[in-house]
Design a protein around this ligand. Structure first.
Ligand SMILES: Nc1ncnc2c1ncn2[C@@H]1O[C@H](COP(=O)(O)OP(=O)(O)O)[C@@H](O)[C@H]1O
Ligand SMILES: Cc1cn([C@H]2C[C@H](O)[C@@H](COP(=O)(O)OP(=O)(O)O)O2)c(=O)[nH]c1=O
Length: 216
């Protein structure tokens, strides 16, 4: 059961710029919202030892023997822990919770990217989240080849197991996200993430302001 807060997820393919933009959005939101704001991320989560341990396991390049279905279950397990320990208590407290990735990541990456099937992954995640869906999802729409190039150019020291996948994998991820967005037009707000980072920040800020004006 979700109480009086607002849950906003940020989603997108690798290299879309989510994390960089979120950092700048948080700098603007923190002085306005103070303690009402909780920032968290997946896999893992703020103040969440168990979910962070699963993160380490599932993203580590040395987990190269991991079965695809094990991967689905681990992301869902981390999410379960994140929902009960971090997200729900904050929402019950009336907080604005912003999470860098949530359930749509599994549907796009494992359902589409790994070709397990989007519906199968949705069903598994229903067990984990028990109805806690985001109120809004801000989707960073980047062409996969641009996202991958950005990571190659600037982030080679932080590449994770999923960044290492092929362009075809990332194309399936991106196509799957667009299917989810199309199925959830009220929830999804789409940002053009091919643009220069300053423009992406401004577009995101406009969307966030509109959400907060409607909801607060
Ligand atoms: N709009 C942009 N244009 C060019 N480079 C960008 C842009 N947004 C982010 N980057 C760079 O691309 C890399 C990946 O960005 P990051 O924010 O980590 O993406 P994500 O969290 O979506 O995977 C970083 O090195 C970042 O500086
Ligand atoms: C939450 C989640 C993430 N992922 C992937 C997406 C990313 O490649 C990786 C998260 O790594 P992270 O380093 O947090 O990357 P990013 O800045 O792109 O969010 O895990 C899934 O495949 N399924 C999931 O359910």
């Amino acid at each position: 059961m979700k109480e009086s807060g607002i849950l906003i997820s940020f989603e997108g393919p690798d290299g879309a710029g989510k994390t960089s933009v979120l950092r700048r959005i948080m700098q603007r939101l923190t002085p306005i919202l103070g303690d009402r704001l909780l920032f968290t991320r997946e896999p893992g989560g703020t103040n969440n030892k168990t979910a962070e341990s699963i993160r380490e396991l599932v993203l580590n390049s040395s987990s190269d023997d991991m079965d695809d279905r094990t991967e689905v279950l681990l992301f869902a397990a981390a999410r379960r822990q994140h929902v009960v320990q971090t997200i729900l208590p904050a929402l019950e407290d009336g907080k604005i919770v912003i999470t860098d990735r949530y359930v749509d990541s599994s549907v796009a990456y494992q359902g589409g990217g790994r070709e397990i099937g989007m519906d199968t992954v949705i069903d598994i995640n229903k067990f984990a989240i028990e109805g806690t869906l985001p109120d809004y999802t801000i989707y960073f729409n980047v062409r996969p080849e641009i996202g991958i190039q950005r990571i190659k150019n600037t982030r080679m020291n932080e590449v994770n197991r999923l960044d290492e996948e092929t362009l075809a994998f990332h194309q399936r991820v991106s196509e799957s996200y667009l299917i989810i967005a199309n199925d959830n037009p009220e929830r999804f707000k789409i940002i053009n993430a091919d643009n220069d980072i300053d423009d992406v920040v401004e577009e995101t800020w406009q969307v966030i302001q509109t959400i907060l004006q409607t909801k607060l």
